[in-house]
Design a protein around this ligand. Structure first.
Ligand code: F6P
Length: 546
């Protein structure tokens, strides 16, 4: 479908950006003392500062015009109406329904799902309460001290990221472990520290067919059978899936099986029963606060005008960098050690959603789509890859995330952390000119020849864009806001790019080929005919070496 109004709006944006490239962001601050107020937006204690991007009021106006041309508001209305916005799979994408804590009807695919959503959540909560209180015990009567979630992708990354982020809220609960990789080392290393009599395994898989998860679940089952006997399996396993028939085949007791719906995408499933391990780790009350944070962001995204709408602005600024400035990557740097897995979580959310080159109706995408997302917590990243971000030949926009106050950490450390975060954001914008580098070196007492030789190495171009997300503290509600914010940011971008963010056909081919290769790798006499030269050569090499 051709979208002439969108193409026109993008062209206008490109023209304006070209003109703005002559200015420096610092000059934009100098020219407007209110720039911070104008280029930041808050949802009570949750602030987005986007003033350090080289954009002005006209850029924002043109970005909003682009959003209108792409009918972002229409796309948002369809999402929250529970329409089948996931066109290729003919489904709604109603993860928002799982965290709607109001009492209005939740219409998904024409049906009110509120009763089903709340009943399933209550079942999850009851199980978590019983486990945390010690009422639910292992086969030999011991309370559970450890739980192991077995899942991958969306059935792992969300609960694993959040359990780590909210560790201080997990006091009194069992230790939570996460096994995802089909590399047997993942399970072996986890099991090594565990007492089977006190360990519960939760097999989490939307489809209950995923190779890695099924292989790991079989390993865990064998571990329990070997240590405690076949009769203990029922007491040591629970499962979460949309395919209750397949769970029954695996043999998990039906009272310990928790369901969700095909209108919840895997990478959006943390809000569903897939969050079971997180609910057990932090307790139902804290999980409800997490849902509340997601709901806060939904209400904001649905009702705030686009010019004051945090997900819309973040999405549009991302589109500006990707399609106008040609930036291929996006860094996510939480100055919050407990968010160490947040960049990995966002990699799936963003790259599996918007890593597409086909439009919703099957045409060729008109614009460059999703960026490469990567990141590590600060300050660690500063001592690793920030060199390239400061002085490399590519410019990468950065999202910095930081709390105003720490939880369970001393004030001095937090002051250092906070200063580093702001210093980096400032340094990326400010840069250092050749003249400044020379005068600094001269002031340090270096001779003229040395100053000339060294100065070029000490130049920073500056005008490297970053946003700062500043929240009061990393509690369950804040984390809920953060996750929902990025979900909606990704959605906003998908609407501008006219792509379906809710399918993931790009993961299929590798899965098919792995299933075809597995028997050939396992049976060393299997013929290699029909394989390409590299694949056959590598298998032959392994047969010789292994
Ligand atoms: O590899 C793609 C994927 O389908 C993800 O979208 C999903 O989160 C993950 O695999 C796990 O799938 P499942 O929950 O069905 O095991």
């Amino acid at each position: 479908m051709s979208r002439p109004r969108v193409l026109e709006a993008m062209a206008a944006l490109q023209d304006h950006a070209r003109a703005l490239r002559g200015s420096r962001t610092l000059d934009l601050f100098a020219a407007d003392p209110d720039r911070f107020a104008k280029f930041s937006v808050a949802l009570d204690d949750f602030l987005l500062d986007f003033s350090k991007h080289r954009i002005d009021g006209e850029t924002l106006r043109l970005l909003l015009a682009l959003a209108h041309a792409a009918d972002l508001e229409g796309a948002r209305a369809a999402l929250f109406a529970g329409e089948p916005v996931n066109l290729t799979e003919g489904r709604a994408a109603a993860h928002w329904a799982l965290r709607d804590l109001s009492d209005r009807p939740l219409i998904v695919g024409g049906e009110n799902v509120r009763g089903a959503v709340e009943a399933e959540r209550e079942k999850v909560y009851a199980f978590a309460r019983a486990l945390r209180s010690g009422e639910l015990r292992g086969a030999g009567g011991a309370p559970f001290t450890d739980i192991v979630n077995i899942g991958i992708g969306g059935s792992d990354l969300g609960p694993a990221m959040a359990a780590r982020a909210l560790a201080p809220f997990g006091k009194g609960g069992p230790r939570a472990h996460f096994v995802s990789n089909v590399d047997g080392a993942d399970m072996a290393d986890t099991l090594a520290g565990l007492d089977p009599a006190r360990t519960l395994f939760i097999v989490s898989s939307k489809t209950f067919t995923t190779q890695e998860t099924m292989a790991n679940a079989a390993l865990a089952r064998a571990f329990i059978v070997e240590r405690l006997g076949e009769a203990a399996v029922a007491a040591h396993f629970a499962a979460v899936s949309t395919r209750l028939d397949k769970v029954a085949e695996f043999g998990v007791d039906s009272s310990r099986v928790f369901g969700f719906w095909d209108w919840v995408g895997g990478r959006y499933s943390i809000w569903s029963a897939i969050g079971l391990s997180l609910v057990i780790a932090i307790g139902p009350e804290n999980f409800t606060e997490f849902l509340r944070g997601g709901f806060d962001m939904d209400e904001h995204f649905r009702s705030a005008p686009l010019e004051r709408n945090i997900p819309a602005l973040m999405g549009l600024i991302g589109v500006f960098h990707r399609d106008v400035e040609g930036r291929a990557a996006q860094a996510i740097i939480p100055y919050d050690q407990r968010l160490a897995r947040f960049p990995a979580y966002l990699q799936q959310l963003d790259m599996e959603s918007n890593g597409k080159s086909v439009t919703r109706d099957g045409g060729v995408a008109e614009f460059a789509t999703g960026p490469i997302v990567f990141g590590e917590p600060g300050t660690n990243g500063q001592h690793a890859f920030f060199q390239l971000l400061h002085q490399g030949t590519d410019v990468t926009p950065i999202d910095f995330l930081i709390a105003a106050e720490p939880i369970d950490a001393d004030a001095h450390h937090h002051a250092l952390l906070f200063s580093n975060c702001l210093a980096q954001s400032e340094a990326f914008m400010r840069g250092r000119t050749l003249a400044e580098a020379k005068s600094q070196l001269a002031a340090a007492g270096l001779g003229a020849a040395r100053v000339e030789a060294l100065a070029p190495h000490k130049v920073f171009t500056g005008d490297r864009p970053s946003s700062v997300l500043l929240y009061r503290r990393l509690d369950p509600r804040t984390l809920g806001r953060l996750v929902a914010l990025y979900e909606h940011k990704v959605f906003v971008q998908s609407a501008i790019w006219d792509i379906n963010p809710f399918d993931q056909w790009g993961v299929e081919l590798g899965k098919e080929l792995a299933n075809r290769l597995a028997p050939i790798v396992e049976d060393e006499n299997a013929p290699l005919a029909g394989l390409d030269g590299s694949t056959a050569g590598l298998i032959r090499w392994r047969r010789r070496e292994a």
